[in-house]
Ligand binder design. Sequence first.
Ligand code: APR
Length: 254
Amino acid sequence: MLGKIIEETARFIWEKRPWLVLTGAGVSTESGIPDFRSPGSGLWENYDPMEILSTRILWHKPQIFYQVGFPILMGFKNAQPNPAHQVLALWEQKGIVKAVVTQNIDSLHFKAGSRRVLEIHGHLRTGHCQSCRQTYPIEVIEEKVKQKDIPPHCSCGGIIRPDVVLFGDMLPPSFTEAEKLSHQFPLLVVGSSLQVSPANFLPAHAPFLVIVNLSSTPFDARADYLIRGKAGEVLTRINEIIEKLSLKDPNGDG
Ligand code: APR
């Protein structure tokens, strides 16, 4: 049964290309990074993110942010892309994917070779001083924290923060671009519970919608195709079918 849906979804993705892709934590669980809300393994089973990863804590209790929140964020810096990231990067090269909008801060889409990635929750490659805005590589920030410069200070005396979007922050300009694209292109959602706004505004605009996710989302009823499965396995199987379709019909004209 799943085989038939995967086959139909592959045809749909090939015919309606190019796609905007929205990814969430579920695209990275097969790289060993836990997601946020899966029962039993989700990160938020143990922590209250609204508290620990918030601008309030960063401003008022930066020691707690750097001693508790920052290590959680940095714990996965050596993770490697999995087949889901790799298929999406390949699809960008082949013109099947226009851009990836990700809620993840793990840089795994870039590591897999995707070029147009809109990181709407920021990333962990750099940080900046909250006073003078000087940029720092994340390794420098990590080293300062290791040397017990907590919170880490800039040469101007200001406090440095990582370039991730914390609870209480404004979203970066990349979200405006994502929103614009979501009106123009069909949307493929991979590994997101679609419970967090404003990322979950995007499916509402999309002309066509495909969802690949292990558990249900509020947009399931609206999806043209819905596959409950693991991102890496499902995208690999879809890609195998698309490979055959593209050989038969390189322009997708019939
Ligand atoms: N393949 C497909 N889906 C998966 C896989 C997998 N291998 N592993 C987990 N999932 C699904 C889960 O079933 C869940 O529905 O991925 C979804 C992940 O949802 P969340 O944990 O809510 O993550 P996400 O949607 O990215 O959360 C958005 O919430 O707390 C904030 O800032 C945080 O960016 C995050 C945002």
